[in-house]
Ligand binder design. Structure first.
Ligand code: KG4
Ligand code: ZN
Length: 418
């Protein structure tokens, strides 16, 4: 079947078209088209995602993105000798659905009334978790399409999308056995999930405060780096890493020289929970202290001082090491306890090169470490941060056990749990 999927939970507007086949235990996906507009530039000035801006941008971009996708996939059919148009009762229904996004309504109706219904069997849309104003735009857009084309809609949990994104590679599908453990690390979530089957999840641990991605973004701000902080910190940590591997820098000695050390909160606790706000606060005090002692400035005020690239890169590396150690320790513990041989990692933070390597080593070193044998599945880089492909994949799996409807009532749930 062909699935059109829509993602608008945060600051990425994305739509994709997937061909999905096979049963639930052996699904197969072919990406027919994928379009994405990132709002990152819009949110930079706020230092984070600003919900009303996110909502506005989704409203503005969904119709042009749909047009782009249907053109790319040759699904846009504009008849030259007949006018498609939209019946008044359908138009009224769409107006009602998009009553809070009136600009979207105008653009939507204008475009949709000139094309023929494409070859699509199901529409999948993220209904949570995420920013509610942003989620609503995607949901309403999906329902409007559902009404016009008479195609059913399936609501999808964004985190299930992150987990199932590894199924894009058909080589992975048969190797994934249950129980499996998933580590979800994104801007809003840090969770360890026990997967009993696709669609059957139990959260066994989660962060008690900040999510990993959130900690990255906040620490980045402390180091005067732009939003989103993850990639910036990662690049900075690499500066120190490269100097260490070329012998130019001795990490341990440098940490000692500048008195840099960060805690590994909850690393030894007997549960699967995390806490990252302690590391973040420690960075705040550390940066303040380093600025006082080693900062440079024209004036003699600590607040105006800036840190050298060398010191910043040491802080970034120590931060990344602390985070990776905590994540690894708890994940290993979960694999051990549940006898799981499969680890699936999802969420934007796994775009991080060092964290990826840390977890891939878990697979390579399984002879000498515990757990003894583990297969690690990480989505390719483009699928780690938010996208619509993962929503289509999760929607297909869910469709086996879910009664789909045309124009269903779907509620955006900002805090939706797996
Ligand atoms: O999954 P995602 O795109 O959105 C949410 O669902 O939250 O994750 C975004 C998060 C941001 O906090 C961003 O800083 C982080 O992922 N991130 C990274 C990297 N790339 C993105 N964190 C660490 N290293 C990266 N390379
Ligand atoms: Zn996400």
């Amino acid at each position: 079947m062909k699935i059109l999927s829509i993602e608008t939970s945060c600051d990425e507007t994305a739509i994709s078209l997937l061909e999905a086949n096979g049963d639930k235990s052996k699904p197969e996906f072919k990406i027919l088209g994928d379009v994405l507009y990132s709002q990152i530039e819009m949110h930079k000035e706020f230092g984070g995602v600003y919900p009303s801006v996110a909502k506005r941008e989704h409203s503005l971009n969904l119709t042009p993105l749909l047009e782009k996708l249907l053109k790319e996939t040759d699904e846009e059919i504009i008849p030259d000798d007949e006018i498609i148009g939209i019946e008044n009762n359908i138009k009224d229904e769409v107006r009602e659905i998009l009553s809070r996004e009136i600009d979207l309504f105008e653009a939507f109706i204008k475009y949709i009334s000139k094309i023929k219904k494409p070859n699509v069997d199901l529409i999948a849309v993220t209904s949570g978790p995420g920013l509610e104003p942003a989620l609503w735009v995607g949901i309403n857009f999906a329902r409007a399409l559902s009404v016009v084309w008479q195609i059913p809609v399936i609501p999808v949990n964004h985190m299930e999308g992150h987990i199932t994104s590894v199924l894009k590679e058909s080589a992975n599908v048969e190797q994934i056995t249950f129980p499996a453990i998933s580590l979800l690390i994104s801007g809003g979530h840090t969770e360890l999930v026990l997967i009993k089957d696709w669609g059957n999840y139990e959260i066994i641990g989660r962060t008690k405060d900040d999510a990993v991605g959130e900690a990255y973004d906040k620490v980045a701000r402390m180091l005067d780096l732009e939003y989103p902080g993850g990639p910036k910190i990662s690049a900075l940590a690499d500066v120190a890493r490269n100097k260490i591997s070329s012998g130019e820098l001795d990490f341990e000695k440098s940490l000692e020289k500048f008195d840099i050390s960060l805690p590994r909160p909850m690393i030894g606790t007997n549960d699967f929970d995390f806490s990252f706000s302690g590391i973040k606060t420690a960075v705040l005090y550390l940066v303040k202290k380093l600025k006082e002692k080693h900062g440079v400035s024209e004036k003699n005020e600590a607040s105006d001082k800036i840190l050298s690239e060398e010191i910043k890169s040491l802080v970034a590396l120590e931060f990344e090491t602390a985070v990776a150690q905590v994540l690894l320790k708890k994940t290993k513990k979960a694999l051990d306890k549940y006898g799981a041989e499969v680890l699936i990692i999802g969420g934007g933070v796994i775009a991080n090169k060092n964290i990826r390597e840390t977890f891939m080593n878990l697979q390579n070193n399984s002879e000498t470490s515990s757990p003894k044998s583990v297969k690690v599945f990480i989505p390719e880089i483009d699928l780690t941060t938010d996208n619509a492909i993962m929503i289509g994949i999760a929607g297909y799996l869910k469709s086996f056990d879910y009664k789909v409807e045309i124009n269903p009532e779907i509620v955006a749930e900002g805090n939706m749990s797996l």
